[in-house]
Structure formats: structure tokens, C-alpha cells
Design a protein around this ligand. Structure first.
Ligand SMILES: *Cc1c(COP(=O)(O)O)cnc(C)c1O
Length: 365
């Protein structure tokens, strides 16, 4: 039995007719950039998250960068980010000319440790970017309180957390703005690169829309220099089809995670768990073991692909050596990155496949 970490083809087969039809229709309409599918998706996704505005863009990295720019963040500013994320979170901060300031993670959730944020704030700090890592929401109560007390903006990086909830409210609706990636492997994924920015603030939405489309407000009316970062019609048409399945797919992810929990509870693996305030959407099922490389090899021999998200904490990447100082050592992030292992988790996994993964893990230990 071969089990991939993610199987996008299996998902395509479940919605093939609708996807093929949507692609054909969009090509027939030649709605390649902009058009009805893009407008429809922006409205539907804003409503799904529970905010007033969604602005589509080319990818989730651009989304963070454009929203930071719309917030007026740039040279001389500092932005607080977690020590573990995909590089986009900190890369976007640097791209607008600001400096990312890393804060260690909470070892139970792998998200930014809210208790450590205040020590990282100074007069240059302008914003916090919490990342709902692996699909588990960051502590939005504490983060919004700290931001309020210190007059900071909050931009939620929701790239891994479509539909996740904190206290029964969807992530992406807490901060001043939030960004999503629709990279193919994400919980809601296009068939190419795609991204989106959401906010209740119409001024931020308007600015972001302008920046993403060459600074135009209406055709040829360039109020500023912007860039080209648009959501294309084909990707929007695909996302419109897929959005209607997202809640079902999320329910399957949660159910699979629950089955892993049951099957693996007596192994030495430290399993992920959802804090009581949260709905964890398991973009990734990340367990921990001191025996990682041997376990990964063993599972590979049994036809099971696993992953590491991520092999290094952001502050220790070669590109950030200029930012490191002796005071900050990020003990929790450092220890997590040497032990985390992502097991196969996607909606189309069968009971038999989940059992094969669990049995192989038990055989290893
Ligand atoms: C995937 C991801 C992004 C970036 O999205 P792209 O669409 O690949 O540019 C940003 N942040 C996090 C946490 C991600 O996982």
C-alpha cells in the first residue's frame, strides 16, 4: 500500500465533472483575468470567513506583503512573527522594508507564544502576524488584547487554517486584516498559485486592491505605483467549486485526526491536540518524536510518505543570520524542529490507509 502525504489527484476525481465544467466555461468566456468568477469567489469567501471584504491576489506571500503595505508598514518598522512558520511570513515583512522580530512558540500548539510577545515590543513595533500553524488557531484573545494595549495592528496569516475557529469564530475575522494562500496543497487549494486578503476595513481593502492592480482606482487612473498580483479567472472558477466542499473536507480531516489519536495513543509519539477554545482544521497532522529520522525511513520502506514542517526555525535560517543576537535562542522552536513529523492527512484517506499508517508506526516502536 502506497500512501502519499497529500493526494491532490484523489480529490480531483471526487469533483472532476464540476471542475472540468468550470474550466471549460471560463475559457469559453475568456474571463482570464478578473471577471465574474473572481468577483463571485471574493464575495463567497468573505462571507465564509465572516468579514466584509475579500481581495483576491496571485498567492499567499503577495497577500501578506500587499496587506502590510496597505497598512503603511515599511522601512524602520518592526513586525512580530512566530519563530516557526513557512518563510513567507517573515519574508513578506522584509519585502516591504520592515524587520521581522521573531518570538518563540508555545510547544503545545506550535503557534506564537502570546506570553512572550510583550517583551519583543518596542517603539518601532507596528504589527503582529500570528500564524495559525498546521491549522491550529493562535491565541487570538491574548494577541488582540496585547495589540490593543500597545496600539499595534494584527495581520493573521491564515494560509494553513481555512475554516479554523477560535471560540467558535473563524480565524481571519479577528485581526485588522488576514491573508490566505490557495496554493494547491492548502486546505482550500487552487490548481496553481492563488491568494486572498480579507478585512472588515473598507479603506484597507481598497488600498490592497489598488496595490495588487498597478495602483489603479478605475482603469488607467494610477493613484500610486502598485504591482501585478491578481487572482485569475480559472483559479477563481476552481476555488468556487471547491469552496462548497470545504466544510465537508474539514470534517473528514478532523475525523481522520481523531482516528489517528485513538490508534496512536499508546505509542511514544507526542500527538497534536486541539485546545478547547479551538476548531483545529489539521492542514497538517504534526506529531513529535526523538526518533524522527529512523521512523521516517521505516515508514518510507512501508510505502508511507511523511514530511517535516519545518526542518529549521525561521531565525536560524541562513538568510536571517544578520538578525540573530545572543539574547534570543528560541528554545521551544529549536527543540520542535528537530522532532516534528507530519503524517499523511487529507480528506480522501480511507480507514484502511489510516490503520496502515498507525500499524506501521506501532511496528516501528
Ligand atoms: C503557504 C503559506 C504561505 C504562502 O502562500 P503561497 O501561496 O505559497 O505564497 C504563507 N504563510 C504560511 C504559513 C503558509 O503555509
Amino acid at each position: 500500500m502506497k500512501i502519499q502525504l497529500v493526494d491532490l489527484h484523489a480529490q480531483y476525481l471526487t469533483i472532476k465533472e464540476d471542475i472540468d465544467e468550470a474550466i471549460k466555461r471560463t475559457i469559453a468566456d475568456t474571463s482570464f483575468i478578473g471577471g465574474d468568477e473572481v468577483r463571485k469567489f471574493e464575495q463567497a469567501f468573505a462571507q465564509y470567513i465572516g468579514v466584509n471584504h475579500c481581495v483576491g491576489c496571485a498567492n499567499g506571500t503577495d497577500a501578506i506583503e500587499i496587506m502590510l503595505q496597505a497598512m503603511g508598514i515599511g522601512k524602520g518598522d518592526e513586525v512580530i512573527v512566530p519563530a516557526i512558520s513557512w518563510i513567507s511570513t517573515s519574508e513578506a515583512v522584509s519585502s516591504v522594508g520592515a524587520t521581522p522580530v521573531f518570538v518563540d512558540i508555545d510547544p503545545d500548539t506550535y503557534c506564537i507564544d502570546a506570553k512572550l510577545i510583550e517583551a519583543a515590543i518596542n517603539a518601532r513595533t507596528k504589527a503582529i502576524i500570528p500564524v495559525h500553524l498546521y491549522g491550529h488557531p493562535a491565541n487570538m484573545d491574548s494577541i488582540m488584547d496585547i495589540a490593543g494595549e500597545n496600539n499595534l495592528l494584527v495581520l493573521e496569516d491564515c494560509a494553513q487554517a481555512h475554516g479554523a475557529e477560535w471560540n467558535s469564530q473563524r480565524v481571519g475575522s479577528f485581526g485588522h486584516a488576514a491573508t490566505f494562500s490557495f496554493y494547491p496543497g492548502k486546505n482550500l487549494g487552487a490548481y496553481g498559485d492563488a491568494g486572498g486578503m480579507v478585512t472588515n476595513n473598507s479603506e484597507l481593502a481598497g488600498k490592497a486592491r489598488m496595490i495588487a492592480n498597478h495602483g489603479q482606482k478605475g482603469k488607467h487612473n494610477h493613484l500610486m505605483e502598485g504591482r501585478n498580483s491578481r487572482l485569475d479567472g480559472l483559479q477563481a472558477a476552481i476555488l468556487n467549486v471547491k469552496l462548497s466542499h470545504l466544510d465537508h473536507w474539514t470534517a473528514l480531516r478532523i475525523s481522520h485526526a481523531g482516528y489517528y489519536q485513538e490508534l496512536l495513543k499508546d505509542t511514544p509519539l507526542k500527538l497534536p491536540h486541539a485546545q478547547k477554545e479551538t476548531k483545529h482544521v489539521y492542514h497538517l497532522y504534526v506529531a513529535r518524536t526523538g526518533n524522527r529520522s529512523k521512523l521516517m525511513d521505516f515508514l518510507k520502506q512501508n510505502g508511507i510518505s511523511t514530511g517535516i514542517h519545518y526542518p529549521q526555525a525561521l531565525p536560524f535560517l541562513p538568510c536571517y543570520q544578520n538578525l540573530l543576537d545572543s539574547v534570543h535562542d528560541f528554545p521551544e522552536a529549536s527543540s520542535a524542529v528537530s522532532e516534528v513529523i507530519s503524517l499523511p492527512l487529507f480528506p480522501e484517506l480511507t480507514k484502511g490507509q489510516l490503520e496502515h499508517v498507525a500499524t506501521s508506526i506501532k511496528n516501528f516502536f
